[in-house]
Design a binder for this molecule. Structure first.
Ligand code: ATP
Ligand code: MG
Length: 338
């Protein structure tokens, strides 16, 4: 684990649409909490390099220097044949693990109460490797890449995460019955790591079984970190947000790399409500809290999360949570608690 000297300098990618409003909220709340952080504004472009989407050199240098960034939502660039900026960021900085917690919120009951999931998604390969081939107009092929190296680092990360969050098990999700080579390798690498940490028990579960059981009886997974290949992980984490939370405005995520880590809200730029002071800034705020934990400032993270959750429990909440408050009112109520 890298160490960070205080105050920690953080690259701040404001993003598009509601990104501007929710970034302002996060800055305000962090300042009020007295977090020892210095923000450096960072514009991630995009620019076109070698006929592909790229991030400006200045932004790459800034993020590499600071090693941590907080990112608002980026609108998907329009135009064919270019990578999404999110994928570009992941590839540029080798962000190999996507960490997504999903927890129920007091004061806003959704499909389930008391959900507490932690999922780690492999972030660089699988179906998202992005190579598809048209044999002819009626027959197409997609390449699913799985490497031992990527499996190993993401499963090790999940085990380390179990230790950090006080969980006892890691559930390795795979579908090796139908994909014996690719998913088989993911499972095999997991089996080779059973002694990586003697305190954590590794379990292996087929995707179909995991999906069924996690919806039927989510508590089974409350003492586990679930780790899955890219596509399965993407689907599982969205499913969890839906089960636990019911609003995109509440779910943060961390993209972890060896040198650089980027923390973000999982939602998009929400052009339908942009500029109207209606957005829920919580997802970006909680992403900021994950960043604080990453750089060794957990005491501030705890304080901020507590204030935000207490505000929601009191009924001061934005429209996505069936509340009547604006972003500003919600933000000010959190600040008042701090
Ligand atoms: P993009 O093209 O950037 O992905 P989008 O139109 O797909 O944008 P999303 O941001 O993914 O929009 O959001 C989908 C829906 O959820 C929209 O109706 C949006 O208003 C709502 N939403 C997303 N984020 C928030 C938020 N933070 N607060 C309130 N509502 C939100
Ligand atoms: Mg979208």
């Amino acid at each position: 684990q890298a160490t960070f000297t205080k105050p920690v300098t953080v690259s701040l990618i404001e993003g598009d649409g509601i990104g501007i409003e929710i970034t302002a909220s996060v800055k305000k709340i962090f300042a009020k909490a007295g977090v020892p952080i210095k923000w450096e504004d960072c514009d991630v472009g995009p620019v076109i390099k070698n006929n592909n989407t790229a991030i400006p050199d200045e932004a790459v240098a800034n993020i590499k220097k600071n090693r941590v960034a907080l990112k608002g939502p980026l609108a998907t660039p329009i135009g064919k044949g270019h990578r999404s900026l999110n994928l570009t960021l992941r590839q540029t900085f080798g962000l190999y693990a996507n960490l997504r917690p999903a927890q129920s919120i007091k004061g806003y009951d959704f499909l389930y109460k008391d959900i507490d999931f932690v999922v780690v998604r492999e972030n660089t390969e699988g179906e998202y490797f992005g190579v598809e081939h048209e044999v002819n107009s009626d027959n197409v092929v997609s390449i699913k890449l799985i490497t031992k190296e990527a499996c190993e680092r993401v499963i090790k990360f999940a085990i380390d995460q179990a230790v950090k969050t006080g969980r006892k098990n890691v559930v390795v999700v795979h579908q090796s019955t139908v994909q014996p080579k690719t998913d088989g390798l993911f499972k095999e690498v997991g089996e080779s790591l059973v002694n990586y940490n003697k305190d954590i028990k590794l379990q292996f579960e087929l995707l179909e079984s995991y999906i069924y059981r996690s919806v039927k009886d989510p508590k089974i997974y409350h003492d586990a970190v679930v780790v899955a290949p890219n596509l399965y992980g993407d689907i599982i984490t969205d499913l969890n947000s839906g089960l636990a939370v019911g609003s995109l405005g509440m779910t943060p995520s961390a993209n972890i790399g060896t040198d650089v880590s980027i923390f973000e809200a999982v939602h998009g730029s929400a052009p339908d409500i942009a500029g109207k002071d209606l957005a829920n800034p919580s997802a970006m705020l909680f992403a900021g809290c994950m960043l604080l934990e990453h750089v060794g400032l957990s005491e501030y993270s705890e304080k901020i999360k507590k204030a935000a959750l207490a505000t929601i429990a009191e009924g001061i909440k934005t429209g996505d949570l069936k509340g009547k408050s604006t972003n500003s009112q919600y933000t000010d109520a959190i600040c008042a608690k701090l």
